[in-house]
Design a protein around this ligand. Sequence first.
Ligand code: CDP
Ligand code: CDP
Length: 225
Amino acid sequence: MDKGIQIAIDGPAAAGKSTIAKITATKLGYTYIDTGAMYRALTYKALEEHIDVYDDEALTHLLERIDIELTPTEEGQIVRVDGEDITEAIRSQEVTSNVSATAAQPHVRELMVEKQRLLANSKGVVMDGRDIGTAVLPNAELKIFMTASVEERAERRFAENTKRGINRSMAQLCKDIADRDKADTERIASPLKQASDAIFIDTTSMSIEQVADEIIQHAEERKRP
Ligand code: CDP
Ligand code: CDP
């Protein structure tokens, strides 16, 4: 019987991680965990409570007292904090502009990693983020590092924003993405980088189906009998 493996998907913003992770999890019957949503939820709460997004201690206390809940549904993942549905609110420009600051705080990261490991405990999991293969699940059976050009990623976000009614130009989106890439790769605490044993996929010219097929094929090869 298939006991389920751990699949870690890392990469920069709008590389396609969550889209592909969701498809892979559904196909394999695994649990999908979007760790970026957890950092976004903390950032949302910090902004609401006027907590400085560079104050590691205050953020860590906040994280200790809130309950972040991720619930998969047919329509996608529902994110709740202390019971409040913040699924849409965590995608706002304000949260996006501040999330890399909260995510750079070392104690915040330690606590997040602890929570994420507990969530992944059941095996049969697809987890996406920035440090999954390097810090959260270093023993994951399959690690993927996914990227795409900045222009392609900005176009993908532009299309998403149009659907959400968010008005941001291509030039602004390219800058947003490049700034977040820089903050995420240059921070001291577990920066975004490819794990030495991760498979690299450049999705710039690939369709969602092509990327998903490639990952599912790797996953099938690694599943234990
Ligand atoms: O969806 P998008 O690629 O825009 O970002 P996300 O996955 O929602 O992550 C938002 C931010 O959280 C990232 O830019 C990182 O600063 C941080 N993050 C992190 O540091 N580590 C993770 N495992 C996941 C997200
Ligand atoms: O999770 P991450 O920020 O890496 O990216 P995402 O939210 O999964 O993908 C961003 C957008 O790009 C979504 O609207 C996807 O439908 C789209 N996408 C795409 O057009 N082609 C791909 N190969 C992957 C994603």
